[in-house]
Structures are given as structure tokens and as C-alpha cells.
Design a protein around this ligand. Structure first.
Ligand code: SF4
Ligand code: SF4
Ligand code: FES
Length: 253
């Protein structure tokens, strides 16, 4: 069973662009990426689109479908009615290169700003030991396919270009949480999250969690625990006293 579907696809580049109308054949079992490929093959050979696996695993076909950030290869045509006009636009938070392809290098820059795993210096390779529950906690975060849908959705940077410099975004705050929860990591992740990577900008709206194709509970399992650790550190009387004594003894010398 096939039908002719109506689509509006954003065409343009960094200098500007607009939605263009297309009528494309839709067949049973197809996903949005099939339609985009048929469009390339039949009517718009120069349409730019990024994709690799067509299996929801490479994270490269992210776009906005009817305004919702989604993977094109995992969005079934059967969720839309045959009469509906479907709009496909590039991710809004990152600069457009051409058509549906955006420049996502913001994310790679943020990834580079996070210092890697810092194990105790007296432990050699092969001597690391950790509990299974600690392994499992970070396992969820390791499911990330770096599609950047959460980064694209977070209002802190989606609507505020000026925040990009100081905010790592949910994907990389989650990476910091993963390292912070690692029992062998010795870096001061709490301070860095708050002071260098903008954890305080996050107001736990959970929009990032809603769009994650891997169903990672970014807000509940990474961002909120990270915020709690930062607050505990600030208001814990033992930590507070320790800081005060340390500063006093430091100031005498
Ligand atoms: S929960 Fe935080 S990181 Fe996620 S979308 Fe909301 S403000 Fe952004
Ligand atoms: S956390 Fe989820 S939404 Fe964000 S980049 Fe990873 S897979 Fe994509
Ligand atoms: S093409 Fe790889 S996730 Fe869609």
C-alpha cells in the first residue's frame, strides 16, 4: 500500500533558506529517512542530509520533524496520517551548513573541555576494582549515541546563543556525572560542573530526557544527582568547616 505524501523540507545554507514543497511516494513500513532518500533520488539530487547506519545507532540523522527533534531513521511514517503535511527542518541550535546538515562542532568542543577519567596514581592498569552497582550506574550513560538531540532541545542554548560559551549542555553534564559517580575518579567534578560547565543554568525541565532516542534518564539519573552533590558540598557543615579551617591555616602561611 503506497500513497503520495506532502512534505515541506528546509532548503538553504548559512546565508538563509526556506521550506520547499514536495510530493513524495510513501510505502508501507518506511521511515522519514526513506522519504528523504527518495526525494534525493527523484526530485532533489542536491539535497544535503547526514546519515550512516539507518538503525538508530550512529546518531547522525538528527533533524526536526514537525518541530520535534528526532532521528529521521527511527521516525516511522505510520505515526502520521496520510493527509498530513510533514515538515523536515535542520536542528535549530546549531548553524546550518546546507539543507538538513548542521555544524555540530559545538558538541565536540564541549567534549574536549572535560578532563578524562582520573584514577588514583598508585593504582596500575589491571588493579582497578569497583562494585557491580557502580558499573551499572554509568552503563546507562554509556548508551549515548551522540545524536545531540538533547543538546539541540535544551532551551538554555536553543534560545540563547550567548549561553553556549558557559554551558556544556545535557550530554556533557551527563558525562561529568558519569565520571563523578565513578568510585575511582579523583578529579573535582562537582566544582567544575558548577563553575566551568554551567550546571546551574539547568532548571531540570527534562526536555532533554524526553527526546533521547536511547531513553537515558538524563535529568533524573545524571543532572539532578549532580546538582544534589553540588548542594551537599556547599551546605554540608563538615565540608564547610573543613573548607574554613583549610583556608585559615592556609592564610597563616
Ligand atoms: S533538564 Fe536541564 S539540561 Fe535538560 S533540557 Fe532542561 S534545562 Fe536543559
Ligand atoms: S544523551 Fe541521548 S539525546 Fe543526548 S546525545 Fe546521547 S543519545 Fe542523543
Ligand atoms: S542513520 Fe544512524 S541514527 Fe539514523
Amino acid at each position: 500500500m503506497s500513497y503520495k505524501g506532502n512534505f515541506k523540507v528546509w532548503r538553504g545554507d548559512a546565508d538563509g533558506g526556506d521550506l520547499e514543497d514536495y510530493v513524495v511516494e510513501v510505502n508501507e513500513g518506511e521511515v522519514i529517512l526513506d522519504i528523504i532518500h527518495r526525494l534525493q533520488a527523484t526530485q532533489a539530487p542536491d539535497l544535503a542530509v547526514r546519515w550512516n547506519c539507518k538503525a538508530g545507532k550512529c546518531g547522525s540523522c538528527s533533524a526536526e520533524i514537525n518541530g520535534m527533534p528526532r532521528l529521521m531513521c527511527m521516525t516511522r511514517m505510520s505515526v502520521f496520517s496520510e493527509s498530513e503535511t510533514i515538515t523536515v527542518t535542520p536542528l535549530r541550535t546549531f548553524p546550518v551548513i546546507r539543507d538538513l546538515v548542521t555544524d555540530v562542532s559545538f558538541n565536540y568542543e564541549k567534549a574536549r573541555e572535560i578532563p578524562s577519567f582520573a584514577p588514583p596514581k598508585n593504582l596500575g592498569l589491571g588493579e582497578y576494582r569497583m562494585k557491580q552497582q557502580d558499573v551499572e550506574r554509568s552503563q546507562e550513560f554509556r548508551k549515548c549515541i551522540e545524536c545531540f538531540l538533547c543538546q539541540n532541545t535544551c532551551h538554555v542554548i536553543r534560545d540563547h546563543e550567548e549561553n553556549k560559551e558557559n554551558f556544556a549542555g545535557p550530554r556533557y553534564l551527563m558525562r561529568i556525572a558519569e565520571l563523578e559517580m565513578h568510585p575511582l575518579d579523583e578529579a573535582d567534578r562537582e566544582r567544575a560542573a558548577q563553575e566551568e560547565h554551567g550546571l546551574g543554568y539547568c532548571n531540570i525541565t527534562k526536555c532533554c530526557t524526553e527526546v533521547c532516542p536511547e531513553h537515558i534518564k538524563i535529568t533524573d539519573n545524571a543532572l539532578i544527582p549532580m546538582k544534589e552533590r553540588v548542594v551537599d558540598r556547599k551546605y554540608d557543615p563538615v565540608v564547610w568547616l573543613g573548607n574554613k579551617l583549610f583556608r585559615r591555616s592556609g592564610s597563616r602561611h
